[in-house]
Write a protein that binds this ligand. Sequence first.
Ligand SMILES: Cc1ncc(C[n+]2csc(CCOP(=O)(O)OP(=O)(O)O)c2C)c(N)n1
Ligand SMILES: [Mg+2]
Length: 550
Amino acid sequence: MARKKGSDLLVAAMENEGVDRIFGVPGEENLDVVESLRTSKIKLVLTRHEQAAAFMAATHGRLTGTPGVCISTLGPGALNLSTGAAYAHLGAMPMVMLTGQKAIMTSKQARFQIVDVIASMRPLTKMARQIVSPASIPAIVRDAFRVAMEERPGPVHLELPEDVAGEETDDVPVIPLHPIELPVAPAAAIDRAAAMILKAQRPLIMFGAASSRPKLVEPLSDFVRRTRIPFFNTQMGKGSVTGGSNLYMGTAALSSGDYVHRAIDQADLIISVGHDTVEKPPFIMGAGGPKVIHVACTPANVEQVYFPHAEVVGDVGGSLSLLADRLEGKLKTDPTFTGLRSEILGRIRDRADEDRFPMTPQRIVRDVRKVMPEDGIVCLDNGMYKIWFARNYRTHVANTLLLDNALATMGAGLPSAMMAALLHPRRRVLAVCGDGGFMMNSQEMETAVRLGLNLVVLILEDSAYGMIRWKQAVDNLPDWGLTFGNPDFVRYAESYGAIGHRVKRTDDLVPTLEGAFKDTGVHLVTVPIDYVENTRVLVEELRGRVPEIA
Ligand SMILES: Cc1ncc(C[n+]2csc(CCOP(=O)(O)OP(=O)(O)O)c2C)c(N)n1
Ligand SMILES: [Mg+2]
């Protein structure tokens, strides 16, 4: 029988899983794996920081449902993956992280660079394991991918010590994949939910984070089409069914007090599809509020602000289809919602045409929507503009506004957009970043240029950690300590071989973005943003109705 190194078995197992790229920064402990990759079908994509590699791998999982893979060395490199691990863990994105380690059978370098990486990864992953023998690799890798993918999806960490990677063993065959279907919810649960919905005067659907799973697009749209129940979504549930539908009531970007909450306040029943309480609460459940039915693959978490009255647990698509069978043709949309809908959406459109410069967030969102086709993908970093995009940007296709309302980390905007551009080379992809968040992974401009991506990065410049500055103002604290200086972003982009643009007039944003998309390559567009609207709309206009905003 042919002899194989541990690293060969690992790479063969990854090929078996359909992995086509591994992102990261190898260290010397990974060199056997690098050598095995050299002759495999898998590409090694170097990044300039492990964190970006993890954000990219997680986004692969988010967009495809199959884990993205990232690699790093031991200690320092592995720890640099931690934020990406947490991002995937909270965001329910399937990912496999592979880290090196010093030899386990000898310790010739004593404790040099040794950190208990498995222990550090345990709270940030669904599973963290050290591989201790080459023969176990095919089974461990298959298990890792299954665990990462199954509901609720998330990251898995495998540590491969260098002596195990280099050790030869008899070839062990890979484990073939097979489809796994989840059972639909029991008939009793579906009957109970149907009875509650039929009894309600004003039911409303909420689509949460888990409704953005790639395979749910059709079943969810179908459920809305068949039942005609008005719906809203959480930030991470945006686009899970067509936002252009005349039943869309808005997005809950705040926890209460926003215009969409008028509809929530009017509802006597909320059918909460795929809500994941990692998201900042889209509404606050209280004793006197609407009843809630939780529909998801996994039972609800009970929280102070979320304690559903009934649950439909099982395959979401199949269960909703059975629920629709019991409801179709029997429901009437309450006229209260029809009136509220135009009021809510009208309020949201307010000042989108404003031509002042620096630009307002509302106008920027409108202009971005103008240049993005329906299937264009906007990837947000984390900052004040996230609230504006979540509230104001209409999505018509699932997973076309990627934002992180779970870990809500800065620094993921550019890497997530790079992954989207790699997966969808023919669609327009735009990263929208604050001047703070962009700089947290801006070194990846080099990776984006090296990969030959077609990608546009829009930077919103306020020379500040704007969101924290806004919260400081909301708390009536003096404006202090949250401003900084910026590099010249146009020259900065050019130094990476990208193309830089500075928007100097409000009317120039659309043509600048349009030109950048028509061209190929990596473009960076910087535009100053005027955040006085944060206070005017999100504090003063909603005052008295917003107990807790940030
Ligand atoms: C890694 C990380 N560090 C700090 C924070 C806290 N935080 C949230 S938003 C924000 C400011 C973001 O600034 P910027 O990217 O410039 O966007 P802006 O709000 O100014 O538009 C900070 C510091 C965070 N969410 N993630
Ligand atoms: Mg800023």
